[in-house]
Design a binder for this molecule. Structure first.
Ligand code: ADP
Ligand code: MG
Length: 252
């Protein structure tokens, strides 16, 4: 499996000077093409920083990030990003929120309408294309946001705690949905979360991060078969992965 992302000794310092914050230190790992990687850690351990460095929204203080073989030096156009909040425009229908990405890229909207409808089918929103955000549940709004991130067909999907604002039941459902979308759309996913069970349930590998400075404490290969199902949450292996990450993070 070729690597899609390569992090080499990445360091990120905010506010150099007396109040400097070392957000990331010595971060080195690779993400294989098609892999589903989850990054888990407490709030403030540098997860969002890592995602922004990958997307080229921030520059590393030292070290390098390569995506598809090229050093990241500015905002990447061939990635899809999903944030914790779905950031939909309230006056736009579902389909038009998905197509926003196409407008922003100054591409021909009509060329993408069919693709947008296919994505709404893929994300389980068929029949909701003409609804406005306030007519959709939180989970559905996040599905719109995922559709929007996929409309330009990027090979890489970056997700920053996308289900953090959802209730626990919807979150578990969205985990299953995301895995289905991932297996059908064949993307590489870098998924950031502060939920240990979510990281284990989704990932091929889990990157465990500890704060101040944000470092990789452990990388764990998740040896659970795919497709993952709710039953895997009761699997002794699943439980032991969760337990060992909790211990690593010092969760009381
Ligand atoms: N723009 C910024 N300026 C100064 N410090 C920042 C900035 N962004 C993040 N930080 C600090 O860097 C550390 C990592 O932040 P972040 O990457 O957002 O962590 P996480 O997403 O894991 O909660 C935190 O201590 C945070 O306060
Ligand atoms: Mg964050």
């Amino acid at each position: 499996m070729a690597n899609l992302i390569e992090y080499q000794k990445v360091r990120k310092v905010y506010n150099s000077g007396p109040d400097e914050v070392v957000a990331l230190e010595e971060v080195s790992f690779n993400v294989g093409s098609g892999e589903f990687i989850t990054v888990v850690g407490r709030s403030g351990c540098g997860k969002t920083t890592l995602l922004k460095l990958t997307a080229g929204l921030l520059a590393a203080t030292a070290g390098s990030v390569h995506v598809a073989g090229a050093a990241v030096r500015g905002p990447l156009t061939n990635v899809g990003i999903v944030f914790q909040s779905p950031v939909l425009l309230p006056w736009r229908k579902t389909i038009d929120n998905v197509l926003l990405q196409i407008e922003a890229r100054k591409l021909e909207v009509e060329d993408y309408r069919k693709k947008a409808l296919e994505l709404l089918e893929l994300t389980g929103l068929r029949g909701f294309e003409d609804k406005y955000p306030n007519e959709l549940s939180g989970g559905m709004q996040q599905r719109v946001s995922i559709s929007r991130a996929l409309i330009h067909d990027p090979p890489l999907l970056l997700m920053d705690e996308p289900f953090g604002a959802l209730d626990a039941i919807t979150r578990d459902e969205m985990n299953l949905e995301l895995l289905r979308i991932w297996s059908e759309a064949k993307k590489t996913v870098l998924f950031i979360t502060h939920s240990i069970p979510e990281a284990v349930f989704l990932g091929d590998r889990v990157i465990v991060m500890t704060p101040r400075p944000g470092k990789i404490a452990e990388m764990i290969q998740i040896d659970l078969p795919r497709p993952r199902t709710t039953a895997h949450r009761d699997d002794p292996k699943f439980i032991s992965y969760v337990k060992s990450i909790r211990q690593r993070l010092g969760v009381l």
